[in-house]
Design a protein around this ligand. Structure first.
Ligand SMILES: Cc1cc2nc3c(=O)[nH]c(=O)nc-3n(C[C@H](O)[C@H](O)[C@H](O)COP(=O)(O)O)c2cc1C
Length: 205
C-alpha cells in the first residue's frame, strides 16, 4: 500500500465501511438538501457506457417514503400467503421505519436510442445500463454510509412498478431497478463472512 495516495486510502476506508443496515430510524445525520445533493452528485459523476447517462433517481422523503413502503406492503399482501404475511410485513415495516428512500431507474429510451445508433452493440446496452446502475447504487450507498446513515438495497420491482409510476408521475420509459431505504442506524450490521481472497483473485507477474 506504500504507493497509495491519501485519497485512495480514504476511499478504501469508505469501501470497507459500507454495509447493509436493516435497522434504521426516521432520523437523519444530514439535512434533506444534503441528501438531495449527495444523490445529484452521484448521478452526475457515476460513469455510464458511451457516457449515455441513462441513470435516473427519485428521492423520497417524509410521507413519500412512507407511501413507498405502504405500496410495497399492500402489493405483497395480495400475493403472499396470509399465514406468512406477518414476517413480510415486519420486514417491509423495517424499511418504512427509515428516513427516506432512493429509487434507482434506467431510462429505456436512452438505451433504445443507443441500440438504434450502434446496432452492433445492441445486445450489450441493456447489460451496460444495469452495470452503470449498479455503480450508481454503490456510490450512493457508500456516500450515505460516509454521512453516518445506514442503507440497504431492495428489489420489489417489477411488482410495484406501475403504482410507483402513477404515484410519482414517473416517465413511462424509466425502468425501476432498485430501492434503497436509509436512515440513522439503530443496529449494527451482522457479521460478514469473507471467502479466501486467494481463491477469488489470480495474480500473474
Ligand atoms: C446487486 C445486489 C443486489 C442485492 N439485493 C438485495 C435485496 O434485494 N435485498 C436485500 O436485503 N439485500 C440485497 N443486497 C445486499 C446483499 O445481501 C449484501 O450486500 C451482502 O450480503 C453483503 O453484505 P454488506 O452489504 O453488509 O457488505 C444486494 C446486494 C447487491 C450487490
Amino acid at each position: 500500500m506504500s504507493n497509495t495516495s491519501t485519497t485512495a486510502k480514504t476511499f478504501l476506508e469508505a469501501v470497507k465501511a459500507r454495509r447493509t443496515y436493516y435497522g434504521i430510524s426516521k432520523q437523519s445525520t444530514i439535512s434533506d438538501d444534503q441528501i438531495v445533493s449527495l444523490v445529484q452528485e452521484a448521478v452526475k459523476y457515476s460513469p455510464s457506457s458511451f457516457n449515455s447517462q441513462s441513470a435516473r433517481a427519485v428521492v423520497l422523503l417524509g410521507e413519500n417514503h412512507d407511501k413507498l413502503w405502504n405500496i410495497v406492503k399492500e402489493t405483497l399482501r395480495k400475493i403472499v400467503p396470509a399465514d406468512q404475511f406477518a414476517s413480510t410485513e415486519q420486514r417491509v415495516d423495517s424499511f418504512k421505519a427509515g428516513y427516506g428512500s432512493v429509487l434507482f431507474f434506467e431510462d429505456t429510451a436512452v438505451i433504445e436510442g443507443l441500440q438504434n445508433q450502434f446496432p452492433s452493440y445492441a445486445d450489450n446496452f441493456p447489460k451496460w445500463s444495469n452495470q452503470s446502475s449498479g455503480i450508481l447504487q454503490y456510490v450512493v450507498w457508500t456516500l450515505l454510509e460516509e454521512e453516518g446513515l445506514g442503507a440497504s438495497l431492495q428489489h420489489y420491482n417489477p411488482l410495484i412498478d406501475e403504482e410507483v409510476k402513477q404515484t410519482w408521475n414517473i416517465p413511462a420509459s424509466w425502468q425501476l431497478i432498485a430501492q434503497m431505504p436509509f436512515g440513522t442506524p439503530t443496529a449494527e450490521p451482522g457479521e460478514k463472512q469473507f471467502q479466501p481472497i486467494d481463491e477469488r483473485v489470480k495474480i500473474f507477474k
